[in-house]
Write a protein that binds this ligand. Sequence first.
Ligand SMILES: [Zn+2]
Length: 90
Amino acid sequence: MPVYVYEHTGDPGKDCEKEIEIHQEFGSDHLEKCPKCKRKVRRIIKSANFTVDHLAPTALKEKGFTKLVRRDKGVYEIEGAARDMKKPGT
Ligand SMILES: [Zn+2]
């Protein structure tokens, strides 16, 4: 089951974190209330695989960027050259 992250739109209940993770069946309705404290929540999109830090070098190149990493004093190399074989997140 996918895990969705919700955050309380106001103050969370005293037993709640500001953000809560909820297992829901794929395609089920978004929650509007926290199951614990019944306060309002909204779903937030969070994906660890989709942050700018992990943007694949190939994707950057498509956008016309080349991401350079400072490797040593005055030495730069194109990030990803050594990582191409390894997909992020695996
Ligand atoms: Zn709550």
